[in-house]
Write a protein that binds this ligand. Structure first.
Ligand code: UD1
Length: 452
Protein backbone atom coordinates (compact mmCIF):
# COMPACT_ATOMS: atom_id res chain seq x y z
CA UNK A 1 0.00 0.00 0.00
CA UNK A 2 1.33 3.41 -0.95
CA UNK A 3 1.01 6.04 1.79
CA UNK A 4 -2.73 6.65 2.23
CA UNK A 5 -3.45 5.95 -1.43
CA UNK A 6 -4.64 9.40 -2.28
CA UNK A 7 -3.84 11.19 -5.51
CA UNK A 8 -4.50 14.91 -5.54
CA UNK A 9 -5.22 16.68 -8.81
CA UNK A 10 -5.05 20.46 -8.77
CA UNK A 11 -6.94 22.23 -11.56
CA UNK A 12 -4.96 25.25 -12.63
CA UNK A 13 -5.49 25.55 -16.38
CA UNK A 14 -8.14 28.29 -16.19
CA UNK A 15 -7.22 31.74 -17.49
CA UNK A 16 -8.17 33.68 -14.39
CA UNK A 17 -9.21 36.67 -16.50
CA UNK A 18 -10.72 38.55 -13.57
CA UNK A 19 -7.26 39.06 -12.12
CA UNK A 20 -6.61 41.40 -15.09
CA UNK A 21 -3.00 40.27 -15.20
CA UNK A 22 -0.43 38.84 -17.57
CA UNK A 23 0.63 36.54 -14.72
CA UNK A 24 -1.39 33.29 -14.44
CA UNK A 25 -3.75 33.51 -11.48
CA UNK A 26 -2.18 30.66 -9.50
CA UNK A 27 1.21 32.43 -9.52
CA UNK A 28 -0.15 35.48 -7.73
CA UNK A 29 1.19 35.53 -4.19
CA UNK A 30 -0.34 35.73 -0.75
CA UNK A 31 1.85 35.69 2.37
CA UNK A 32 4.92 35.42 0.14
CA UNK A 33 3.83 32.26 -1.62
CA UNK A 34 2.07 31.75 -4.98
CA UNK A 35 -1.50 30.47 -4.65
CA UNK A 36 -0.38 27.21 -6.26
CA UNK A 37 2.32 26.84 -3.60
CA UNK A 38 -0.32 27.13 -0.87
CA UNK A 39 -2.46 24.50 -2.52
CA UNK A 40 0.49 22.12 -2.97
CA UNK A 41 1.54 22.62 0.68
CA UNK A 42 -2.03 21.86 1.80
CA UNK A 43 -1.97 18.76 -0.42
CA UNK A 44 1.35 17.61 1.04
CA UNK A 45 -0.17 17.78 4.54
CA UNK A 46 -2.62 15.08 3.43
CA UNK A 47 0.39 12.86 2.67
CA UNK A 48 -0.80 11.73 -0.77
CA UNK A 49 1.00 9.25 -3.00
CA UNK A 50 1.02 11.79 -5.83
CA UNK A 51 0.11 15.37 -6.70
CA UNK A 52 -0.80 16.33 -10.27
CA UNK A 53 -1.16 19.94 -11.43
CA UNK A 54 -3.19 20.50 -14.60
CA UNK A 55 -1.92 23.48 -16.60
CA UNK A 56 -2.74 25.07 -19.97
CA UNK A 57 -0.27 24.77 -22.88
CA UNK A 58 0.78 28.42 -22.47
CA UNK A 59 1.62 27.97 -18.80
CA UNK A 60 5.25 26.89 -18.83
CA UNK A 61 5.87 29.19 -15.88
CA UNK A 62 3.17 27.46 -13.82
CA UNK A 63 4.50 24.00 -14.76
CA UNK A 64 8.03 25.05 -13.89
CA UNK A 65 6.95 26.42 -10.53
CA UNK A 66 4.90 23.29 -9.78
CA UNK A 67 7.89 21.04 -10.56
CA UNK A 68 10.12 23.15 -8.33
CA UNK A 69 7.91 22.16 -5.38
CA UNK A 70 9.15 18.56 -5.32
CA UNK A 71 9.71 15.44 -7.40
CA UNK A 72 6.35 14.05 -6.34
CA UNK A 73 4.56 16.97 -8.06
CA UNK A 74 3.75 16.07 -11.65
CA UNK A 75 2.19 18.29 -14.24
CA UNK A 76 -0.03 17.54 -17.19
CA UNK A 77 -1.31 19.78 -19.93
CA UNK A 78 -4.96 20.32 -20.79
CA UNK A 79 -4.69 20.88 -24.53
CA UNK A 80 -7.60 23.32 -24.77
CA UNK A 81 -9.82 24.86 -22.07
CA UNK A 82 -12.81 22.58 -22.40
CA UNK A 83 -14.09 22.74 -18.83
CA UNK A 84 -13.32 21.28 -15.43
CA UNK A 85 -14.29 17.76 -16.52
CA UNK A 86 -11.90 17.91 -19.45
CA UNK A 87 -9.17 19.27 -17.16
CA UNK A 88 -9.72 16.31 -14.83
CA UNK A 89 -9.59 13.91 -17.77
CA UNK A 90 -6.23 15.23 -18.87
CA UNK A 91 -4.82 13.82 -15.61
CA UNK A 92 -6.25 10.33 -16.25
CA UNK A 93 -2.93 8.72 -17.13
CA UNK A 94 -1.31 9.97 -13.95
CA UNK A 95 -4.01 8.61 -11.65
CA UNK A 96 -3.64 4.92 -10.77
CA UNK A 97 -6.78 2.82 -10.92
CA UNK A 98 -5.95 0.62 -7.93
CA UNK A 99 -7.98 1.18 -4.73
CA UNK A 100 -7.65 4.62 -3.22
CA UNK A 101 -9.07 8.09 -3.68
CA UNK A 102 -8.46 10.88 -6.13
CA UNK A 103 -9.23 14.40 -4.95
CA UNK A 104 -9.74 17.32 -7.31
CA UNK A 105 -9.58 20.86 -6.17
CA UNK A 106 -8.97 24.27 -7.65
CA UNK A 107 -5.55 25.91 -7.73
CA UNK A 108 -6.98 29.09 -6.25
CA UNK A 109 -8.45 27.67 -3.02
CA UNK A 110 -5.53 28.65 -0.83
CA UNK A 111 -7.47 28.57 2.45
CA UNK A 112 -8.76 24.99 2.38
CA UNK A 113 -7.71 22.90 5.40
CA UNK A 114 -5.92 19.56 4.93
CA UNK A 115 -8.43 18.05 7.41
CA UNK A 116 -11.20 18.87 4.96
CA UNK A 117 -9.49 16.92 2.20
CA UNK A 118 -8.88 14.05 4.61
CA UNK A 119 -12.56 14.08 5.57
CA UNK A 120 -13.51 13.83 1.89
CA UNK A 121 -11.16 10.87 1.44
CA UNK A 122 -12.57 9.22 4.57
CA UNK A 123 -16.09 9.56 3.15
CA UNK A 124 -14.91 7.73 0.00
CA UNK A 125 -13.15 5.07 2.08
CA UNK A 126 -16.45 4.60 3.93
CA UNK A 127 -18.20 3.70 0.67
CA UNK A 128 -19.05 6.88 -1.26
CA UNK A 129 -18.02 6.76 -4.90
CA UNK A 130 -18.09 10.58 -5.08
CA UNK A 131 -17.75 13.06 -2.21
CA UNK A 132 -18.55 16.69 -2.91
CA UNK A 133 -17.28 19.61 -0.83
CA UNK A 134 -20.15 21.95 -0.12
CA UNK A 135 -20.64 25.22 1.73
CA UNK A 136 -23.55 27.42 2.79
CA UNK A 137 -23.12 30.55 0.67
CA UNK A 138 -24.06 33.97 2.03
CA UNK A 139 -24.75 34.85 -1.61
CA UNK A 140 -25.02 31.75 -3.83
CA UNK A 141 -25.08 33.71 -7.11
CA UNK A 142 -22.79 32.17 -9.74
CA UNK A 143 -22.02 29.04 -7.72
CA UNK A 144 -23.15 25.57 -8.65
CA UNK A 145 -26.02 24.52 -6.32
CA UNK A 146 -25.86 21.22 -4.51
CA UNK A 147 -29.17 19.41 -4.88
CA UNK A 148 -29.38 16.73 -2.16
CA UNK A 149 -31.81 14.02 -1.15
CA UNK A 150 -33.64 14.05 2.18
CA UNK A 151 -30.64 12.40 3.85
CA UNK A 152 -28.22 15.14 2.66
CA UNK A 153 -26.56 13.01 -0.04
CA UNK A 154 -25.92 14.90 -3.31
CA UNK A 155 -28.18 14.05 -6.21
CA UNK A 156 -26.60 16.48 -8.64
CA UNK A 157 -24.90 19.83 -9.03
CA UNK A 158 -26.68 22.44 -11.09
CA UNK A 159 -24.93 25.58 -12.32
CA UNK A 160 -26.61 28.97 -11.91
CA UNK A 161 -27.38 29.30 -15.62
CA UNK A 162 -29.09 25.88 -15.78
CA UNK A 163 -30.87 26.11 -12.42
CA UNK A 164 -34.65 26.39 -12.05
CA UNK A 165 -36.10 29.24 -9.96
CA UNK A 166 -36.51 26.78 -7.07
CA UNK A 167 -32.95 25.48 -7.38
CA UNK A 168 -31.58 29.03 -7.41
CA UNK A 169 -33.03 29.50 -3.94
CA UNK A 170 -30.70 26.78 -2.62
CA UNK A 171 -27.81 28.17 -0.59
CA UNK A 172 -25.82 24.93 -0.28
CA UNK A 173 -23.23 25.29 -3.03
CA UNK A 174 -20.50 23.30 -4.71
CA UNK A 175 -17.10 24.35 -3.35
CA UNK A 176 -15.31 23.01 -6.42
CA UNK A 177 -13.47 20.15 -4.68
CA UNK A 178 -14.44 16.52 -5.19
CA UNK A 179 -13.11 13.17 -4.02
CA UNK A 180 -13.71 10.04 -6.11
CA UNK A 181 -13.05 6.42 -5.27
CA UNK A 182 -10.28 5.50 -7.73
CA UNK A 183 -11.87 2.26 -8.82
CA UNK A 184 -14.75 4.30 -10.31
CA UNK A 185 -12.69 7.25 -11.47
CA UNK A 186 -11.73 6.17 -14.98
CA UNK A 187 -15.22 4.86 -15.73
CA UNK A 188 -17.01 7.95 -14.35
CA UNK A 189 -14.76 10.44 -16.10
CA UNK A 190 -15.13 8.49 -19.34
CA UNK A 191 -18.91 8.90 -19.03
CA UNK A 192 -18.90 12.72 -18.83
CA UNK A 193 -21.03 14.25 -21.55
CA UNK A 194 -20.27 17.26 -23.70
CA UNK A 195 -22.38 20.31 -22.89
CA UNK A 196 -24.41 21.08 -26.01
CA UNK A 197 -24.28 24.80 -25.19
CA UNK A 198 -20.54 25.22 -24.60
CA UNK A 199 -18.91 22.05 -25.93
CA UNK A 200 -17.24 21.69 -22.51
CA UNK A 201 -17.13 18.84 -19.99
CA UNK A 202 -17.96 19.53 -16.38
CA UNK A 203 -16.70 17.61 -13.37
CA UNK A 204 -19.91 18.64 -11.67
CA UNK A 205 -21.74 15.95 -13.66
CA UNK A 206 -20.04 13.23 -11.61
CA UNK A 207 -22.54 12.91 -8.70
CA UNK A 208 -25.42 12.47 -11.13
CA UNK A 209 -23.46 9.92 -13.18
CA UNK A 210 -22.51 8.01 -10.04
CA UNK A 211 -26.12 7.91 -8.84
CA UNK A 212 -27.25 6.64 -12.26
CA UNK A 213 -24.79 3.76 -11.86
CA UNK A 214 -26.25 2.98 -8.43
CA UNK A 215 -23.21 4.34 -6.58
CA UNK A 216 -23.36 6.31 -3.36
CA UNK A 217 -22.48 10.04 -3.10
CA UNK A 218 -21.65 12.06 0.01
CA UNK A 219 -21.13 15.71 0.88
CA UNK A 220 -18.76 17.33 3.34
CA UNK A 221 -19.90 20.83 4.31
CA UNK A 222 -17.38 23.45 5.46
CA UNK A 223 -17.51 27.20 6.14
CA UNK A 224 -17.52 29.46 3.09
CA UNK A 225 -14.36 31.29 4.20
CA UNK A 226 -12.36 28.05 3.98
CA UNK A 227 -13.56 27.06 0.53
CA UNK A 228 -13.12 30.55 -0.83
CA UNK A 229 -11.39 30.66 -4.23
CA UNK A 230 -9.38 33.65 -5.44
CA UNK A 231 -10.85 35.08 -8.64
CA UNK A 232 -9.96 38.76 -8.41
CA UNK A 233 -7.46 41.09 -6.77
CA UNK A 234 -10.10 41.82 -4.16
CA UNK A 235 -10.29 38.09 -3.38
CA UNK A 236 -6.49 37.94 -3.25
CA UNK A 237 -6.48 40.76 -0.68
CA UNK A 238 -9.07 38.87 1.37
CA UNK A 239 -7.02 35.63 1.25
CA UNK A 240 -3.96 37.63 2.29
CA UNK A 241 -5.76 39.09 5.30
CA UNK A 242 -6.94 35.64 6.42
CA UNK A 243 -3.45 34.16 6.07
CA UNK A 244 -1.83 37.09 7.92
CA UNK A 245 -4.35 36.66 10.73
CA UNK A 246 -3.45 32.96 11.00
CA UNK A 247 0.29 33.68 11.00
CA UNK A 248 0.01 36.39 13.67
CA UNK A 249 -2.02 34.04 15.86
CA UNK A 250 0.53 31.25 15.38
CA UNK A 251 3.44 33.46 16.45
CA UNK A 252 1.57 34.97 19.40
CA UNK A 253 0.78 31.45 20.59
CA UNK A 254 4.43 30.42 20.16
CA UNK A 255 5.92 33.01 22.51
CA UNK A 256 6.42 36.00 20.21
CA UNK A 257 5.35 39.47 21.38
CA UNK A 258 3.78 41.56 18.64
CA UNK A 259 3.35 45.11 19.93
CA UNK A 260 0.84 45.89 17.18
CA UNK A 261 -0.02 42.57 15.48
CA UNK A 262 -2.08 43.97 12.62
CA UNK A 263 0.85 46.07 11.35
CA UNK A 264 3.31 43.19 11.06
CA UNK A 265 3.49 41.29 7.74
CA UNK A 266 4.67 37.69 7.63
CA UNK A 267 5.41 35.12 4.94
CA UNK A 268 4.36 31.49 5.17
CA UNK A 269 7.98 30.42 5.63
CA UNK A 270 8.84 32.96 8.37
CA UNK A 271 10.45 31.21 11.33
CA UNK A 272 10.60 32.93 14.72
CA UNK A 273 11.99 31.65 18.03
CA UNK A 274 10.75 32.37 21.55
CA UNK A 275 10.83 35.59 23.53
CA UNK A 276 11.14 37.63 20.39
CA UNK A 277 9.69 41.15 20.48
CA UNK A 278 8.46 42.66 17.23
CA UNK A 279 7.58 46.33 17.21
CA UNK A 280 5.00 47.88 14.85
CA UNK A 281 5.33 48.12 11.05
CA UNK A 282 7.76 45.28 10.40
CA UNK A 283 7.77 43.29 7.13
CA UNK A 284 9.07 39.74 6.95
CA UNK A 285 9.61 38.88 3.28
CA UNK A 286 10.35 35.31 2.15
CA UNK A 287 13.13 33.27 3.73
CA UNK A 288 13.52 34.87 7.17
CA UNK A 289 14.44 33.01 10.33
CA UNK A 290 14.74 34.68 13.73
CA UNK A 291 16.39 33.09 16.76
CA UNK A 292 15.32 33.37 20.41
CA UNK A 293 15.44 36.62 22.40
CA UNK A 294 15.64 38.91 19.38
CA UNK A 295 14.12 42.39 19.19
CA UNK A 296 13.03 43.70 15.80
CA UNK A 297 12.34 47.39 16.16
CA UNK A 298 9.75 49.40 14.26
CA UNK A 299 9.74 49.93 10.48
CA UNK A 300 12.25 47.22 9.63
CA UNK A 301 12.15 45.17 6.43
CA UNK A 302 13.72 41.70 6.32
CA UNK A 303 13.97 39.13 3.53
CA UNK A 304 16.22 36.12 2.98
CA UNK A 305 17.88 36.80 6.32
CA UNK A 306 18.89 34.68 9.28
CA UNK A 307 18.98 36.51 12.61
CA UNK A 308 20.82 34.78 15.44
CA UNK A 309 19.87 34.57 19.10
CA UNK A 310 19.83 37.79 21.10
CA UNK A 311 20.24 40.18 18.15
CA UNK A 312 18.72 43.63 17.95
CA UNK A 313 17.56 44.94 14.57
CA UNK A 314 16.24 48.41 13.68
CA UNK A 315 14.39 50.68 13.90
CA UNK A 316 14.32 51.34 10.14
CA UNK A 317 16.71 48.51 9.24
CA UNK A 318 16.72 46.67 5.92
CA UNK A 319 18.10 43.13 5.89
CA UNK A 320 18.28 41.86 2.32
CA UNK A 321 18.83 38.29 1.05
CA UNK A 322 21.99 36.58 2.20
CA UNK A 323 22.21 38.44 5.50
CA UNK A 324 23.33 36.27 8.41
CA UNK A 325 23.52 37.83 11.87
CA UNK A 326 25.52 35.98 14.51
CA UNK A 327 24.51 35.78 18.16
CA UNK A 328 24.03 39.15 19.82
CA UNK A 329 24.83 41.22 16.73
CA UNK A 330 23.30 44.68 16.50
CA UNK A 331 21.92 46.38 13.40
CA UNK A 332 20.71 49.91 14.05
CA UNK A 333 18.71 52.55 12.24
CA UNK A 334 19.04 53.17 8.50
CA UNK A 335 21.38 50.24 8.01
CA UNK A 336 21.10 48.07 4.87
CA UNK A 337 22.77 44.68 4.60
CA UNK A 338 22.93 42.25 1.65
CA UNK A 339 24.89 38.98 1.31
CA UNK A 340 26.57 39.92 4.54
CA UNK A 341 27.69 37.86 7.47
CA UNK A 342 27.69 40.00 10.61
CA UNK A 343 29.32 37.79 13.18
CA UNK A 344 28.57 37.41 16.88
CA UNK A 345 28.54 40.63 18.88
CA UNK A 346 29.39 42.88 15.93
CA UNK A 347 27.70 46.29 15.84
CA UNK A 348 26.54 48.19 12.78
CA UNK A 349 24.55 50.85 14.53
CA UNK A 350 23.72 53.65 12.11
CA UNK A 351 23.41 54.80 8.49
CA UNK A 352 25.49 52.10 6.84
CA UNK A 353 25.51 49.80 3.82
CA UNK A 354 27.19 46.41 4.23
CA UNK A 355 26.95 44.32 1.05
CA UNK A 356 28.97 41.27 -0.10
CA UNK A 357 30.90 41.35 3.12
CA UNK A 358 31.89 39.70 6.37
CA UNK A 359 32.01 41.71 9.57
CA UNK A 360 33.98 39.73 12.13
CA UNK A 361 32.91 39.05 15.69
CA UNK A 362 32.72 42.12 17.96
CA UNK A 363 33.78 44.49 15.19
CA UNK A 364 32.31 48.00 15.33
CA UNK A 365 31.24 49.75 12.17
CA UNK A 366 30.86 53.51 12.53
CA UNK A 367 27.98 55.62 11.24
CA UNK A 368 27.99 56.24 7.52
CA UNK A 369 30.31 53.38 6.57
CA UNK A 370 29.79 52.04 3.04
CA UNK A 371 31.16 48.88 1.50
CA UNK A 372 31.68 49.92 -2.13
CA UNK A 373 30.96 46.47 -3.53
CA UNK A 374 30.02 47.23 -7.14
CA UNK A 375 32.17 48.67 -9.92
CA UNK A 376 29.36 48.83 -12.46
CA UNK A 377 30.10 45.32 -13.75
CA UNK A 378 31.03 43.01 -10.88
CA UNK A 379 30.42 42.65 -7.17
CA UNK A 380 33.44 42.41 -4.87
CA UNK A 381 33.92 41.21 -1.32
CA UNK A 382 34.87 43.19 1.77
CA UNK A 383 36.33 41.26 4.69
CA UNK A 384 36.39 43.01 8.05
CA UNK A 385 38.18 41.11 10.77
CA UNK A 386 37.13 40.30 14.30
CA UNK A 387 37.34 43.24 16.70
CA UNK A 388 38.09 45.75 13.92
CA UNK A 389 36.92 49.34 14.35
CA UNK A 390 35.85 51.24 11.26
CA UNK A 391 35.53 54.99 11.90
CA UNK A 392 32.47 56.91 10.80
CA UNK A 393 31.94 57.90 7.19
CA UNK A 394 34.47 55.47 5.76
CA UNK A 395 34.25 53.93 2.30
CA UNK A 396 35.72 50.45 1.96
CA UNK A 397 36.39 49.95 -1.75
CA UNK A 398 36.08 46.21 -2.45
CA UNK A 399 37.82 43.88 -2.88
CA UNK A 400 39.47 44.85 0.34
CA UNK A 401 40.31 43.39 3.70
CA UNK A 402 40.52 45.03 7.12
CA UNK A 403 42.50 42.77 9.42
CA UNK A 404 41.48 41.59 12.89
CA UNK A 405 41.62 44.36 15.46
CA UNK A 406 42.59 47.04 12.91
CA UNK A 407 41.37 50.64 13.09
CA UNK A 408 40.20 52.68 10.12
CA UNK A 409 40.27 56.43 10.70
CA UNK A 410 36.98 58.28 10.19
CA UNK A 411 36.34 59.56 6.70
CA UNK A 412 38.82 57.18 5.09
CA UNK A 413 38.48 55.80 1.57
CA UNK A 414 40.18 52.44 1.99
CA UNK A 415 41.40 50.93 -1.27
CA UNK A 416 44.18 48.65 0.02
CA UNK A 417 44.13 45.87 2.60
CA UNK A 418 44.72 46.93 6.19
CA UNK A 419 46.96 44.72 8.33
CA UNK A 420 45.67 43.25 11.57
CA UNK A 421 45.99 45.68 14.50
CA UNK A 422 47.16 48.52 12.20
CA UNK A 423 45.64 52.00 11.88
CA UNK A 424 44.74 53.04 8.35
CA UNK A 425 43.95 56.66 7.65
CA UNK A 426 43.12 57.43 4.04
CA UNK A 427 41.83 60.98 3.80
CA UNK A 428 43.12 64.47 3.00
CA UNK A 429 45.54 65.96 5.54
CA UNK A 430 44.04 68.62 7.76
CA UNK A 431 45.49 72.09 7.03
CA UNK A 432 45.05 74.95 9.52
CA UNK A 433 45.50 78.72 9.05
CA UNK A 434 45.61 80.47 12.45
CA UNK A 435 43.38 83.59 12.66
CA UNK A 436 41.97 83.09 9.14
CA UNK A 437 38.33 83.02 10.23
CA UNK A 438 38.56 86.23 12.24
CA UNK A 439 40.26 88.04 9.33
CA UNK A 440 37.65 86.74 6.91
CA UNK A 441 34.74 87.89 9.08
CA UNK A 442 36.30 91.32 9.57
CA UNK A 443 36.82 91.82 5.83
CA UNK A 444 33.25 90.75 5.02
CA UNK A 445 31.75 93.03 7.66
CA UNK A 446 33.79 95.98 6.32
CA UNK A 447 32.61 95.31 2.76
CA UNK A 448 28.98 95.15 3.92
CA UNK A 449 29.28 98.42 5.92
CA UNK A 450 30.70 100.23 2.82
CA UNK A 451 27.75 99.08 0.71
CA UNK A 452 25.17 100.23 3.29
C1 UD1 B 1 -16.82 25.80 -10.50
C2 UD1 B 1 -17.98 24.81 -10.47
C3 UD1 B 1 -19.09 25.39 -9.58
C4 UD1 B 1 -18.57 25.74 -8.22
C5 UD1 B 1 -17.37 26.68 -8.32
C6 UD1 B 1 -16.71 26.89 -6.97
C7 UD1 B 1 -17.90 23.67 -12.62
C8 UD1 B 1 -18.57 23.51 -13.92
N1 UD1 B 1 -18.48 24.56 -11.80
O1 UD1 B 1 -17.28 26.96 -11.18
O2 UD1 B 1 -20.13 24.43 -9.44
O3 UD1 B 1 -19.59 26.34 -7.43
O4 UD1 B 1 -16.37 26.08 -9.20
O5 UD1 B 1 -15.67 27.77 -7.08
O6 UD1 B 1 -16.95 22.99 -12.32
N2 UD1 B 1 -10.18 24.86 -14.99
C9 UD1 B 1 -9.29 24.16 -15.77
N3 UD1 B 1 -9.62 23.95 -17.09
C10 UD1 B 1 -10.77 24.39 -17.65
C11 UD1 B 1 -11.68 25.11 -16.83
C12 UD1 B 1 -11.35 25.34 -15.50
O7 UD1 B 1 -8.24 23.74 -15.31
O8 UD1 B 1 -10.98 24.13 -18.84
C13 UD1 B 1 -9.83 25.09 -13.57
C14 UD1 B 1 -9.64 26.56 -13.25
O9 UD1 B 1 -8.27 26.95 -13.34
C15 UD1 B 1 -10.12 26.65 -11.81
C16 UD1 B 1 -11.12 25.49 -11.68
O10 UD1 B 1 -10.90 24.64 -12.77
O11 UD1 B 1 -9.07 26.40 -10.89
C17 UD1 B 1 -12.56 25.97 -11.65
O12 UD1 B 1 -12.88 26.55 -12.88
P1 UD1 B 1 -13.84 27.79 -13.03
O13 UD1 B 1 -14.08 28.04 -14.47
O14 UD1 B 1 -13.32 28.91 -12.20
O15 UD1 B 1 -15.18 27.24 -12.38
P2 UD1 B 1 -16.29 28.09 -11.72
O16 UD1 B 1 -17.01 28.86 -12.74
O17 UD1 B 1 -15.74 28.82 -10.56
Amino acid sequence: MKKNDTTIVILAAGKGTRMKSSLPKVLHEAAGRPLLGHVVEISKAVDPSGIVVVVAPSMDDVAEYAQSLGDFVQTCVQASPKGTGDAARSALELVPSDPGTVVFFNGDTALIEPETIKAMCDACSAGAAVTVLGFEAADPTNYGRLVCDAGGAPLRIVEEKDASAEERKLTLCNGGAMAIAREHFHDLLGSLSESPASGEYYITELPELARAKGLRCAAIVRPEAEIFGVDSREDLAFAESVLQGKLRKKFLNNGVTLREPQSVYFCMDTEIGRDVVIEPQVVFGPGVSIGDNVTIKAFSHLEGASVGEGCSVGPFARLRPGTVLGEGAKIGNFVETKKASIEAGAKVSHLTYIGDARVGADANIGAGTITCNYDGFNKHFTDIGAGAFVGSNSSLVAPVKVGDGAYVGSGSVVTRDVEADALAVARGQQAEKPGWAARFRKAQQARKAKKD
